[in-house]
Design a binder for this molecule. Structure first.
Ligand code: AOS
Ligand code: ZN
Ligand code: ZN
Ligand code: ZN
Length: 406
């Protein structure tokens, strides 16, 4: 490791008026939740590939998430998905997580993998199916209580494939009715994250298609409901950072599902396709953290950062570590933005100056900084190399082939 590179970086940033001690502190505090389903076998509609060493159950998924946390120091929680992570005793699962240095994060209901849900869950025309879906949502709140998690993260797969297939307004009402019941079952400290996605598995309409619908629903439900932005869930060319800034200003941004996409909901490793977008998202968040309105600042500070990736061809654990590192890289770059300079340029209508003041931060190599931060945190400076050297990749082979899917 070259200390020279770090000292040079520190000198450059200090001369620009960036407080490196503050930057380091912020990087150390950025917690990124990993998803249990990111450790299981997964695939596309063409093939679910079976890999050797995949966790066979929820407990082993937690073991893998714990490994990611040990090597990065910034992934203290793991999201679970019910029923993929269904266990007899959720207290025991939470206890297991605790022993591994983790806690259980967002509880994700599953309203898409049951035959009954083919034509929708809470938006199904059949009241028996709607009731079943609601019961599952309430079950997930119960699970959250048992694992002592305050977050319910809802993604709704409901939608239709053809015009005329269903009454869209009627489905909107059913959706609200179920979510209102779910909402009223939350403990006061709990948050409900509402995710949106414009297509897939439905191809004509999705009942919660975009951020506007999720935002409206969150407003209707109340303060504990907030919008979740999955970076892979927008049409090509959508200005995601604008959505982020809008939701922050409305104090309705609850969390993220980070991943990368090139064409659709590709679930690729974070930061591999459009790292600049991720940097610009952090630019908006850091800007909101300096807002005059305390509510906006608090919203920005309470964002739940989560990774949502189902890797098809990648080895699971290193792919997750890579994602975490890529998030840290873009966050560190955004922390190098000279906000005084940006605001001055904005006031002067200096278009090129403002763009330059933002972009110049993106162009710094923050790897010396991140190495030093990791050293100070007592985690490996190169988490991926440390993983390969750890013996864990060999150890998990004992699990054999045919582990849990998703
Ligand atoms: C689906 O596209 C959403 O991104 C979900 O958040 C998530 O992938 C799902 O809950 C896990 O299957
Ligand atoms: Zn085809
Ligand atoms: Zn998602
Ligand atoms: Zn998705």
């Amino acid at each position: 490791m070259s200390d020279k590179a770090y000292y040079l970086f520190e000198e450059i940033q200090t001369n620009r008026g960036i407080r490196i001690d503050k930057v380091k502190e912020k990087i150390k505090k950025l917690a990124i939740e990993t998803p249990s389903w990111g450790y299981g076998d997964s695939g596309t509609r063409f093939k679910v590939f079976q890999k050797a060493g995949i966790p066979r159950n929820a407990f082993e998924k937690i073991d893998d998430a714990a490994m990611v946390h040990r090597l990065t120091g910034v992934c203290p929680s793991v999201a679970i998905h019910i029923p993929w992570d269904k266990v007899e005793d959720y207290g025991q699962l939470a206890e297991h997580a605790h022993h591994q240095g983790l806690r259980i994060g967002a509880v994700n209901p599953n309203l898409f993998q049951d035959n009954d849900y083919m034509l929708g869950s809470v938006c199904n025309v059949d009241p028996i199916v709607r009731k079943k879906a609601l019961a599952h949502l309430l079950e997930c709140v119960q699970v959250a209580k048992e694992v002592q998690s305050d977050n319910i993260s809802l993604w709704l797969a409901d939608g239709t494939n053809y015009p005329g297939q269903a009454n869209l307004r009627q489905r909107k009402h059913w959706l609200y009715e179920s979510l209102a019941e779910l909402y009223s079952s939350l403990l006061p400290q709990m948050r409900l994250f509402i995710e949106y996605k414009f297509f897939e598995p439905a191809f004509y309409h999705t009942d919660l298609a975009d951020w506007g619908m999720a935002f409206h629903l969150a407003n209707q439900l109340g303060q504990q409901a907030q919008v979740l932005v999955d970076t892979g869930h927008h049409a090509q060319g959508t200005n995601v950072e604008h959505i982020v800034s809008y939701l922050l200003d409305e104090q309705k941004l609850g969390g993220f599902h980070f991943n990368s996409r090139k064409y659709a909901d590709d679930d690729l490793i974070v930061g591999t396709m459009n790292p600049y977008e991720l940097f610009l998202i952090f630019y908006q968040i850091l800007d909101a953290e300096q807002d005059v309105d305390a509510g906006v600042r608090k919203t920005a500070e309470n964002i739940a950062y989560m990774i949502d990736q189902s890797h098809v061809i990648e080895p699971k654990i290193p792919a997750m570590i890579r994602s975490v590192m890529n998030v840290q890289t873009q966050y560190a770059k955004a922390l190098c933005i000279d906000f005084v300079k940006v605001r001055q340029a904005q006031l002067e209508n200096d278009v090129l100056g403002a763009e330059n003041a933002v972009r110049e931060a993106f162009e710094f190599d923050v790897s010396p900084l991140l190495r030093v931060v990791r050293e100070e945190m007592g985690v490996p400076v190169d988490p991926l190399q440390a993983y390969e050297a750890s013996g864990y990749p060999k150890q998990i082979l004992e699990r054999g082939v045919g582990g849990a899917s998703w």
